[in-house]
Structure formats: C-alpha cells, structure tokens
Design a protein around this ligand. Structure first.
Ligand SMILES: Cc1ncc(COP(=O)(O)O)c(C=O)c1O
Length: 399
C-alpha cells in the first residue's frame, strides 16, 4: 500500500512515540500553498490547516523571509529583558482588538486559557476577596488539556481519567439564557465562551446569548472571557469573531494561527484586568520570544488587512452556498450546516470519521468535530476554485 519511507516512519512512530494519538497511515512531507504532499508523492487539498493554524497556507514567502531574518538576529532572549518584536505584536493586537488594551504571550492555546483563568482569579481576589473563584463554561466547550483548561472543558472523557482537575469549573447550556442565569452567582469570577465552538461541533453563539453573558458578568462582577483560539484571527471573516456580535469581552485568548505555524498563545485584556496583575504574578520562559512574535506580527499585519478579510468573507460565502447545494443533494445524509466564514461544520446522519477517511482517499483533507460533524478549516488563502475542488472531493466521499 505504501513504500519503504512511509512504512519506516509509521513503524518508528509505533515503537517510539507515545500512543496518545490515533492517526491514519499518512505521513505528510511538505506543503505548498493550500496543498499537502505525502511521502508517497500524493497531493491533497488541505481543508484543515493543521487544525486552524496554517491560515496563510504552506511555504508562504513572507513567513519564510521573516523567520530567516529574525533567526539571523535573535531567536530567544527570555522575559528578563525587553524585545522589540514582542512589543510590536502586543501593540498590533491591542490596536486591532476593539476595547482591549494589553497583551500577554505564552506558547499554546491551553497556556493562554490557564493564564486567563489565573488573571480572572487575581482580579476577583483584588476587587472582591477570596470567595470568588468559580468559572462558568458551556456544554461541548473545548479549552485545552491542562488541569485548569480541563476544568472548563466539557467532555467528561477528557477529564475523568485525570480527576481531580482544578476545582471551580461548572458548565451551563450553550445558547441557553436561563441556564447561564442559573449558573451565575457571587462566587463566579469569570464566564468563558467560544463565540463559535470549534471541537464541540461548530455551533455559533447567538447574539442574545453573548449580550446576556455580558450583562450577567457586569451584574455579578465576573469577567467575560472569549476563547478565540480557533475562531479568531480572521477565520470567520472579521479579525475577531466578537466583532460580529458587538459584545466586548474583558479578556480574549488567542493562539493557533497567530504565528504562522510557530507555537504561540496570548491573552489580550482590558486595562482594568491588567491593573490587577503585578510583576511576578505570572510568567513563562519562551512566551513572547522574538522569533515567534516577529512572525506573528507579520501574520497579523497581513490578516488584519481589510482586503484580506474581505477575501475571507467572499470565499466563505461561496463555501456556504456550495455546502448548501451539497446539503440539498444529500438531504438524507446532511442534517445541518453550521459555522461562519472559513470555519464550517457539516452535521451528518452518522459517523463523520467514515466520510473524512473517504475524502482523504479522494485527495481532500478534512477533519471531524465530535462523532457526527465534519469540520472544514481551510487556509484563509483558498480561492473559489479550491472550494469547487473540495466539493468534488466531498461529493465523492459521500457517494
Ligand atoms: C477553542 C480552543 N481553545 C483552546 C484550545 C487549546 O489549544 P492548544 O491545543 O494549543 O493547547 C483549542 C485547541 O483546539 C481550541 O480550539
């Protein structure tokens, strides 16, 4: 089925790598634009982007240039001193995140969530005392795999084998105003919401739900945190998903695509939250390092360009129309379409993994979100022609 090189990588994986991932027998060697190539020389149209990371596709010339230039200057220096790319990125984030004033950098999404939880507890302790330590998150939420992030992540299977996780996490029903009201109390220091859920199945928050969350947070002195790790940085057609709702959070977590494929996480927050944090309260060795932030500054400058975002909206609308045609053709198998921009979910009448595997055989990489949702997260640089090609792959996979 595959040659020696592929077989050797898979054999070494089975012998030496921890078996915590269930992967298909696919070894990707390189990427160019929106296409990936495996060790067998087969080409795939990529509609996953390394799980919403490779927004500018593969082998992007600008990203390569910034990496080479900055690597020749300074890769790492630590947070013991200032570095110019880090502060430039902090400024660009703040200037492009309406209502938010300060940035903190770390190395992954889960770390960004951990930081936001710590900042919320710090803020609550400063303003209200020691009783205010609870977090409200929602059903089907996904915020990461560390002990704090797990406490707000919904899926029992991720949490149960590792109990006890951080105390204080509770879950209300997503998009249910009464359920959120019932979960609130004086002990709540923050409400954590993905404006558009990723792993949990691509459900978008309703405007009423986010407005209600804002109102309740203000009433109870809790902070509103939007997790834009998957839906942020242009994915839904605006730089941040929250801009489409007109509801401003107190903190926003970012990660995945921000540094063009290099690991990064961040929290962007209001001045009032920043004011609760003192030197020494939190820190990281690698976070905000000059190489990663130089690349992130370049990526953010390109994605925040109004023309780039207009392209995402245009091709996102075209993808939506194309998926609606597909759903009409397969009304028995496709139950619902979800998502916005270039973050789309196809709810199927059965296991999505089977369709994902069939798509791969037809040269299209897609992924799943839960049991029955097929998830599409293409690079933001795709064109209508790539959408047509993906639809051909999906039609073949659904046959
Ligand atoms: C919305 C959201 N939050 C947090 C995370 C965790 O990010 P990471 O995998 O970088 O730790 C993810 C990852 O999929 C995510 O989609």
């Amino acid at each position: 089925m595959y040659g020696e090189q592929t077989a050797a990588v898979i054999a070494a994986d089975r012998q030496y790598m921890l078996q915590n991932y269930a992967r298909p027998e696919l070894v990707i060697e390189r990427g160019e634009g929106v296409y990936l190539y495996d060790t067998e020389g087969r080409r795939y149209l990529d509609f996953v982007s390394g799980i919403a990371v490779n927004a500018l596709g593969y082998a992007d010339q600008g990203v390569q240039r910034v990496i080479a230039e900055q690597a020749g200057r300074l890769i790492h220096i630590s947070n013991l001193v200032h570095n110019a790319p880090g502060t430039a990125l902090a400024r660009r984030l703040v200037e492009n995140a309406p209502g938010l004033d300060r940035s903190f950098f770390c190395n992954s999404g889960a770390e960004a969530i951990e930081a936001s939880l710590k900042f919320a507890r710090r803020y609550a302790r400063k303003h209200y005392g020691e009783h205010k330590t609870a977090f409200v998150a929602f059903d089907q939420s996904f915020h990461g795999r560390t002990m704090g992030a797990l406490a707000v992540t919904y899926k029992e299977a991720y949490r149960a084998p590792f109990m006890p996780v951080m105390p204080g996490g509770r879950h209300a029903e997503f998009n249910n105003l009464d359920s959120l009201t019932a979960a609130m109390g004086d002990d709540v220091c923050a409400v954590l919401i993905e404006p558009i859920q990723g792993e949990g199945g691509l459900r978008a928050a309703t405007p009423e739900f986010l407005a209600h969350a804002r109102e309740l947070c203000d009433r109870y002195g809790a902070l509103l945190i939007f997790d834009e790790i998957q839906c942020g940085v242009g994915r839904t057609g605006s730089l941040w998903a929250y801009e489409q709702y007109g509801v401003t959070p107190d903190m926003m977590t970012v990660a995945k695509p921000l540094a063009g494929g290099l690991p990064i996480g961040g929290v962007v927050m209001r001045q009032s939250v920043a004011d609760a944090i003192q030197a020494g309260d939190h820190g990281t060795t690698f976070g905000g390092g000059p190489l990663v932030t130089a690349v992130a500054d370049h990526v953010l400058a390109r994605i925040s360009d109004p023309q780039f975002l207009a392209h995402v909206r245009e091709v996102g609308d075209y993808l939506d129309e194309s998926l609606q045609d597909l759903a009409a053709e397969h009304s028995g198998r496709i139950r619902e379409l979800r998502g916005r921009g270039l973050m789309r979910g196809i709810v199927l009448d059965g296991p999505a993994a089977a369709v994902k595997n069939a798509a791969q055989k037809h040269g299209l990489i897609v992924t799943t979100a839960g049991e029955d949702v097929l998830r599409l997260l293409p690079p933001l640089i795709i064109t209508q022609a790539h959408v047509d090609e993906a639809l051909t792959g999906l039609r073949a996979a659904l046959r």
